[in-house]
Design a protein around this ligand. Sequence first.
Ligand code: SF4
Length: 446
Amino acid sequence: MNRSLQGLTYFVRTFGCQMNSHDSERVVGMLENLGMIMGDQETADIVVFMTCAVREAADTRLFGQVASMKNLPAPMGGKRIIALGGCIGQRDGDYLFDKLDNLNVVFGTHTIEDLPSLIEEAYETDKKVSSLADRAATPSTDLPIKRENNFHAWVPITMGCDNYCTYCIVPYVRGHEYSREFNQVVAEVELLASQGVKEVTLLGQNVNSYGRDLYGKPKFAELLRAMDDTGIKRVRFTSSHPKDLSDETIKAFAESKTVMPHLHLAVQSGSDRILKAMNRKYSAAHYLERIGKVRELVPQVALSTDIIVGFPGETEEDFQQTLDLAKKANFAQAFTFIYSKRAGTPAAKMIDDTPREVIQERFDGLVELIQTSAYANNKIEEGKTLDVLIEGSSKRDDTILTGRSPRNSTVHIKLAEGRSVEDYIGKIVQVKIELAKTWYLKGNLV
Ligand code: SF4
């Protein structure tokens, strides 16, 4: 262990998706392995930004945050090291040193393991250092890790993506799609279960295509089935791609004892013309056929999705098709976005002349529809007793426990007199649902 970094404080700021959250857990694991202690962004000796490149606005906000750190007093250790990783690190590389003159370290999505030595070098030499491997490199998976909590764990099963949706930057910054070894994933989940973790989320840009690049091509369906013998209580997975959601996967999803009845299946649009322009490789009819199949085998499933409004060239008719699909799909939840041009993607070159106010009006209409189906999905839970994994307390009221139901609904539970939140965190408890709200359920401990 390098004595010069021991006892220094660090702070990790994470933007973006679950994959970044998982990468940040590994960054924290490595920094604590160097003897560092968690501090806060204003006073820490080492500050690491794990960045997201999905939206243009994110860049501007990030650059502002890094630049503003110049105005902060020097930390206890006498000098501050600022490191930038994640998708913007991978995309812009050394160019970032010209843009941000107080930046010391840049690393990419495939070189997280180099961060400790980069920080040591920057700290001892005042040099600006970077490590950026190209798309083909395979990032290491067995790094020290400090998870956000001890009851849920992100378990990446695939990294990267080869789908090249025309609006998406991910394939350019996260690299080729590759799958982790089957036994390695199963062993990790077994270990987590033996350490008391209750729930894992199998993670990937497109988990349904798991195993295509592995010897013997184990299918995602086999991995889901293997989860039942690991000792883990609850399994979730994200993200699924409609073009790769096979009958075997749906059957395994239905027959598994540990996989929760919640499926996140991004649709993005209900218009075949727009789906083609997005290079999504499926039609609205195919999407509805797949979710019909899922509902046939898993009638209690809660479906969530992603929808983009205002993709270049979207007409009123295209948007009506998106509304029609959303009505038929009866989503329990939808992450709705207004299209954001991303430099370097094919869609960024497409003609985008729909007035902003028209797009905003469409967006508001879609959100209203989703609120109706979200409430209807929660309403069917009223009167039932559900197994809820307690995750913490409500941000607004620390006498209210919050947890997650099998169908991925947030559940609020009044804390009993004389009990503390700590008594319940990480436990799966039985909750009688008294009231449904649009975005959460209210209930009492049984
Ligand atoms: S499937 Fe499409 S949207 Fe998802 S990460 Fe891959 S390219 Fe991006």
